[in-house]
Ligand binder design. Sequence first.
Ligand code: NAP
Length: 324
Amino acid sequence: MPATLRCDPALFHRDLRGRTYIVTGANSGSGLTTTEQLVRQGAHVVAACRRVAAGEEATRALASAGGTVEVGELDLGRLASVHRFVDAFLEKHDRLDGLVNNAGVMNTPAGRTEDGFETQFGVNHLGHFLLTERLIPALKAGAPSRVVCVSSVAHAGMRREARLDLDDPHFERRPYDGMAAYSQSKLAIVIYARHLARRLAGTGVSVFSTHPGWIRSNLVQHPALRWVQNIALRPFSRPLGLISAEDGAQTQLHCLLDDDAPNHSGEYYSQNSVLYANRSDRPGGWPMRSPNPLVYDDELAERLYRESARMVGLEISATTDRLS
Ligand SMILES: NC(=O)c1ccc[n+]([C@@H]2O[C@H](COP(=O)([O-])OP(=O)(O)OC[C@H]3O[C@@H](n4cnc5c(N)ncnc54)[C@H](OP(=O)(O)O)[C@@H]3O)[C@@H](O)[C@H]2O)c1
């Protein structure tokens, strides 16, 4: 198994006092370890959590870590919740230094978000799309600022090639397949990050997509499978490529903190993985070319942007529309 990619330790000594970050899904897994690191460096982190009590419990120990944490309620499966979160954020803050779109669900049973979207497309892509679009003015005010969109190697395919079907994104005219829906949502994230980077070129806001690695976390839905992954397979972690939540945060932290990263806005940063359809792509790269050619399809990206805006009820104005 290729070595786990880790941040330059010097980046973890950077003084982040006075900087404000939002991390979604901050109560668990790599979202929590990302939050912990930023707070240790003195940042103010808004921990955007579906369950506020879980967010408060998870971040309580950070009270004496150096920076500060504020837990905000954000359910990405409800557009009204995303609007409420952004309104509350903008009431208190006029600038944002970094947004980490980390929250996610994987391989959920067939289902719908409150607004009628397929669950994984709705939570993983559309919820974060609305959040990011509404925060663009705050990100511009905080420039140089960064957006990190956590995707997955699954965007390149799992059992079969990943597809983004914009004629049927919610699986209304094709049989539901939980992993195909996960791959579709994660592919949408990588495509959107690249498109957004082009729209924001010259503003000082950089955008990245990541695969954080195969992490021991709560992402696996079924309790028995989660036990197998997190407990039973632990002694075999290294050969299997399973990594800790701390290592699962490295790729996002590199994108947030590395000086050279803004020169690669729009690119895909990947921790190593055993899940690629094409096994020769196993080593990661910061950054690397995505193995999925659809990521580089500009027409598909433009269509995804317009369709996503329509679905979440955002109007595309002349200013946000412009591609560099
Ligand atoms: N674990 C892996 O091997 C792996 C591999 C590739 C990519 N990723 C990606 O890495 C990211 C972090 O995953 P993780 O492994 O750290 O998993 P995790 O521990 O399960 O964390 C997922 C987070 O997302 C939150 N979330 C779920 N539904 C939400 C919603 N509707 N609104 C707001 N937040 C919601 C969860 O909140 P609750 O606790 O309230 O459910 C939790 O805080 C995900 O985007 C995942 O797809 C993970």
